[in-house]
Design a protein around this ligand. Structure first.
Ligand code: HDE
Length: 714
């Protein structure tokens, strides 16, 4: 049955004006939707279609007797159940997905001949999967880790997968090191600890021995590794790719996703608490945003470098441990992506989706980045064991909307009944079909960019990949003071969990001291290590002193407080008018308002009405919100002042630098907690108070409060 939800534009383009291949696209999309099974009104049957009369009892020899082998209904059910699990991804096992669409802002024919970038009217369906890297499928969402950001574009010319992360660089330069890196970051082999994090000996042993990881580790120790929401992350293709136009002119590009929701993070204390209070915090956040119609949106952009400028930078474009600072090459916006439909079934869609950086379409091509080159092999290979054979492209979520006739045949889980009598090419039996399409400016067959290579076959790293510290330093120096402090704390926390002192010392003296001596000294002091000496590596430094684009403080987004979660704390005796006032005022900004009571039971307002609550303060603690409102009503305020739960809620929100507004009469509650008013701690019900509150939530945190918040117990 077709999906009942119709928000997601799943039509591709008007039939009739295109080639027969393209005219088939709508029908193809529809057939992909038809695999969605709807049991409404249907009888319970076996896999063979037999109606089942009793789904409660096994066939037995007498009511108290042994079960009979003959029971094909029970055997079929249990056998299927026994095989329900497939291997989880070796990395990025924990993930969540969503459907949506991509729409180009205009015609980008000068840059690429890829069809989905030509026409602003054209809607290209996408499926996105966000993930953490280290933890298993059931691990926590809010651990300190890189986030995967993988997008499958179902274009008319075949699937294009942009398999990126929320950080623009990577830990290693050459694919042959990937198994070493992953073995090091994964839980320790002897006791399988820790789950979901990198704060352990093997990770720090590896990265302290491999200086090329220095830049990426800096990102991983920054707030980028604990995003507030999957909706609030940038995405990066990392490697340099090529875009090629119809004339065959190529440019180097780096892909960027810029969230309209801004780039925001959790605080470390919040992230840790959330890992226990709501393991699913981020998948729930994305799911609820989409269910409530608050569709997250990203802008796809590219940094463009003409082929002639390949060697104009102080780093190598092929080195995946380097960014192109946006101040040197700005990001050119190409189009937008909107996520507007949740999957119907997690396993069928999110778990079975198979990405591969090698899935590209005409108009896009690779470069010789040695990490990218290895990835081109790995992804298809891993799907063969994960999804049980080479026909994983036939699984509906992986199926292109473009036709995919060829002479590949058979293999495990073959779903297609190939009607041709000849499964080879050339043939004269089937009229020679399917036939090659010559490469061409539009609708041509794929043609690789004809890069000239004149080289020795050699195992060697290019000298141009040798500078490991300049950009790590640029990153640190581009951070605000607050962000720098968070980085110091993250290194101190993680290295504090490392048992072997020589590993801690090596990271401080041989890595951090080469990046920034003050950073190294601060971490050393927190670990009780001797003050480090200046690093021994001669670091040439970057062309730029700072890159403001690297600081999250400069990415507040442009949707205001839309989709931000605000808790309204109530108790018996609350002023119902005050609740309505705040609700209306904040809903006008499209924030999500949740009323929290002492328990999940409704409360009685001052004028005797029953007010339903969305949850208890215990069920939805302050770490799940972006801001808190305490409406008026003397009796309710007194009750909150006497409640440990409510006081903890407010103190914790204050500690986590969140905006808190109370009705004017609630000031005594704030005073009673010993808190000083600031830009984000407000008392008042008038428009001025509402505006100040909205502004504080928009700013994400009340950073000026950080010193005062230190004194509040966690
Ligand atoms: Fe991956 N990576 N990776 N990776 N990666 C996988 O493929 C691999 C790398 C990324 O939501 C695996 O289907 C190698 C960089 C994402 O399903 C595997 C190397 C970047 C996802 C694999 C890298 C990524 C994966 C595991 C070094 C950012 C999750 C399961 C040469 C640009 C996709 C799978 C999803 C998944 C291999 C490095 C991103 C084993 C060999 C760099 C977002 O094939």
């Amino acid at each position: 049955m077709p999906s009942k939800k119709t928000d997601a534009p799943r039509t591709s383009e008007a039939a009739g004006t295109q080639t027969p291949d393209r005219a088939n696209t709508n029908a193809k999309l529809q057939s992909l939707e038809d695999v969605r099974s709807d049991p409404t009104g249907q009888a319970l049957r076996t896999n063979q279609g037999v109606r089942i009369a009793d789904n409660q009892n096994t066939l037995k020899a007498g009511a108290r007797g042994p079960s009979l082998l003959e029971d094909f209904i029970m055997r079929e059910k249990i056998t299927h159940f026994d095989h329900e699990r497939i291997p989880e991804r070796i990395v990025h096992a924990r993930g969540t997905g969503a459907h949506g669409y991509f729409q180009s802002y205009g015609c980008h024919a000068e840059l690429s001949k890829a069809g989905f970038l030509q026409d602003p009217e054209k809607i290209t369906p996408v499926f996105v999967r966000f993930s953490t890297v280290q933890g298993p499928r059931g691990s926590g969402d809010t651990v300190r880790d890189v986030r995967g950001f993988a997008v499958k574009f179902y274009t008319d010319e075949g699937n294009f997968d942009l398999v990126g992360n929320n950080m623009p660089v990577f830990f290693i330069q050459d694919a042959i090191k990937f198994p070493d890196f992953v073995h090091a970051v994964k839980p320790e082999p002897h006791n399988e600890m820790p789950t979901g994090g990198s704060a352990h000996d093997t990770f720090w042993d590896f990265v302290s021995l491999v200086p090329e990881s220095a830049h990426m580790v800096m990102w991983a120790m920054s707030d980028r590794a604990i995003p507030r929401s999957l909706r609030m992350m940038e995405g990066f293709g990392i490697h340099t790719f090529r875009l090629i136009n119809a004339e065959g002119v190529a440019n180097f590009v780096k892909f960027h996703w810029k969230p309209r929701q801004g780039v925001h993070s959790l605080l470390w204390d919040e992230a840790q608490k959330l890992a226990g209070k709501d393991t699913d915090f981020q998948r729930r956040d994305l799911w609820e945003a989409i269910e409530t119609g608050d569709y997250p949106e990203w802008e796809l952009g590219v940094q463009i470098v003409p082929e002639a400028d390949e060697h104009k930078f102080d780093f190598d474009l092929l080195d995946p441990t380097k960014i192109i600072p946006e101040e040197l090459v700005p990001v050119t916006p190409l189009g937008k992506m909107v996520l507007n439909r949740n999957p119907d079934n997690f396993f069928a869609e999110t778990e079975q989706v198979a990405f591969c950086p090698g899935h590209i379409v005409p108009g896009i091509d690779f470069t010789n980045d040695p990490l990218l080159q290895g990835r081109l092999f790995s992804y298809t290979d891993t799907q063969i064991s994960r999804l049980g054979g080479p026909n994983f492209h036939q699984i509906p979520i992986n199926h292109p909307v473009a036709p995919n006739h060829n002479n590949q045949r058979d293999a495990m889980h073959q779903h297609v009944v190939h009607k041709g009598r000849a499964s080879y090419e050339p043939n004269s039996i089937d009229g020679g079909w399917p036939k090659e399409t010559p490469a061409g400016p539009q609708d041509g067959g794929f043609e690789s960019y004809q890069e000239r290579i004149d080289a020795h076959k050699i195992r060697e790293r290019s000298e141009s990949f040798a500078d490991h510290f300049s950009q790590a330093r640029l990153f640190f120096e581009s951070m605000s003071e607050t962000e720098q402090q968070h980085i110091v704390k993250a290194y101190s926390f993680e290295l504090g969990k490392v048992e072997r002192e020589h590993i801690r010392a090596r990271e401080v003296n041989e890595i951090l001291a080469n990046i920034d001596l003050q950073l190294a000294a601060a971490v050393a002091a927190n670990l009780g290590l001797p003050a480090p000496k200046a690093g021994t590596v001669k670091v040439k430094g970057s062309q730029l002193k700072q890159s403001p684009a690297l600081s999250q403080m400069n990415h507040l987004g442009d949707v205001g407080i839309k989709g931000r979660k605000i808790a309204v704390l109530v108790a018996d005796g609350v002023d119902g008018g005050s609740v309505d006032h705040w609700r209306k005022a904040l809903e006008a900004h499209s924030a999500r308002i949740l009323v929290l009571g002492p328990t999940s039971a409704p409360v009685k307002t001052a004028d005797g009405q029953m007010l339903a609550v969305d949850a208890s303060m215990e069920g939805m603690p302050s770490v799940m919100f972006d801001g808190v409102v305490v409406p008026g009503g003397k009796k309710a305020l007194d009750a909150l002042a006497a409640s440990g739960l409510a006081k903890h809620f407010l103190l914790e929100a204050y500690k986590h630098l969140k905006a808190i507004a109370s009705a004017a009469e609630g000031k005594s509650l704030i005073d009673g907690l010993g808190l000083k008013m600031d830009k984000g701690l407000l008392a008042g019900d008038d428009q001025k108070a509402v505006d100040a509150f909205v502004k504080a939530v928009e700013g994400h945190r009340v950073w000026e409060r950080e010193a005062a918040a230190e004194a509040i117990p966690a």
